[in-house]
Design a protein around this ligand. Structure first.
Ligand SMILES: [Fe+2]
Length: 280
C-alpha cells in the first residue's frame, strides 16, 4: 500500500527561485538562506520519495478573480512552469501522478471534501520554488508531484482547522491506494511576511518559532489559530501557513521533528523550513 513517510514545510519566496536560477546561491546574501536546505537535500537523496503531494497556493497564474477554488487537486500528466511576468522559470516540467491523484480526488470527495479537479494548468513559484530548494537544478525533477492548491490569496481562505482535517483525509486516501508508493506531503508558503502597506517587511520571529515548535508532538493546537491572529502576528501574507497544517494533519496524531531551518531575511520574508515524520 502507499504510505505517507514524511512531511516537509518550506517557504516559496520567488526571490529564492531567482537566486537558484541565476546561480546566486553562494553569494553572501543568499548563502545562509540556502545552507539550511543542505541537510534536507542529502536526506531526500536517501529517502527517494515516489510522489510528493505538494500543497501550495497559486498567485494569480492559473487562477484569478474569474475562478477561486478553495481546494484544487491536479490530476494531469504534467504541468509547465507558469509565466509570472518575466517568462517561465527555466526549470523542468513537473510530472504528475494521475492514477494516485484521481484516487485521492475520489477518496476526498466521498470523504466530503468537495475538491476542484484540475487537469491542465501551469504552476507558479508556489510550487516550483520548493522543488528547487529541495532538489537544486536537475535536468528532470526526481519525483512525481500531485499539486494541491489552496486559496490563501482572496478572502475567505479556509480555516486552519479545515486544512488540518484535509490533511487527515489525504492520509486516509493515500493509505487506501494499493500500489506500494513512498509519498511525502509538503506544505509551502510563509513564514511571517507582509508585502504591502504600512507594515510591509513585518517579521515575527517569536511567533514563527512558536509555530515551528508546535508542529511536532501530539498537540493539535495550531489548527485553532484564527485568521485574525495570522494577520495580526505574521502580516497579511502569513496566512499561507495554513497550508503547512494540511501537511501536519497528513502525518497523523503525532509527529517528530528531524530538521529545522529559520532565516531572516530573504527578500522581505522570513524563510522557514522543517522536516517531520509521523511518530504514531
Ligand atoms: Fe506565496
Amino acid at each position: 500500500m502507499a504510505r505517507i513517510t514524511a512531511g516537509i514545510a518550506c517557504s516559496h519566496i520567488p526571490a529564492l527561485g531567482v537566486a537558484c536560477d541565476f546561480d546566486k546561491v553562494a553569494e553572501p546574501y543568499w548563502a545562509p538562506a540556502f545552507a539550511g536546505f543542505e541537510w534536507t537535500r542529502a536526506w531526500e537523496a536517501e529517502q527517494k520519495p515516489d510522489v510528493v503531494i505538494l500543497v501550495y497556493n497559486d498567485h494569480a497564474s492559473a487562477f484569478d478573480m474569474k475562478i477561486i477554488p478553495t481546494f484544487a487537486i491536479g490530476c494531469g500528466e504534467r504541468y509547465s512552469p507558469a509565466d509570472e511576468g518575466w517568462g517561465p522559470r527555466a526549470v523542468p516540467d513537473v510530472e504528475g501522478h494521475p492514477d494516485l491523484a484521481w484516487h485521492i480526488a475520489q477518496s476526498l470527495i466521498l470523504d466530503e471534501f468537495d475538491m476542484t479537479v484540475i487537469n491542465e494548468m501551469d504552476v507558479d513559484h508556489g510550487l516550483t520554488v520548493p522543488l528547487s530548494m529541495l532538489f537544486g537544478k536537475p535536468a528532470a525533477w526526481p519525483v512525481r508531484v500531485i499539486p494541491l492548491a489552496v486559496n490563501v490569496v482572496t478572502y475567505p481562505p479556509p480555516t486552519g482547522n479545515r486544512c488540518w482535517a484535509l490533511g487527515e483525509a489525504i492520509r486516509r486516501a493515500v493509505e487506501s491506494f494499493p500500489e506500494d508508493l513512498n509519498v511525502q506531503v509538503w506544505g509551502t508558503g510563509g513564514m511571517s511576511h507582509q508585502i504591502q502597506g504600512p507594515r510591509a517587511g513585518l517579521i515575527n520571529r517569536e511567533w514563527d518559532t512558536m509555530f515551528l515548535d508546535k508542529l511536532s508532538g501530539s498537540s493539535d493546537e495550531l489548527r485553532r489559530i484564527p485568521h485574525i491572529e495570522y494577520l495580526r502576528e505574521t502580516g497579511s501574507e502569513g496566512i499561507e501557513m495554513v497550508m503547512w497544517l494540511v501537511m501536519r494533519g497528513a502525518l497523523g496524531k503525532s509527529a517528530r521533528e528531524l530538521h529545522r531551518h529559520y532565516h531572516v531575511p530573504a527578500s522581505n520574508t522570513a524563510v522557514g523550513h522543517i522536516v517531520l515524520e509521523p511518530a504514531d
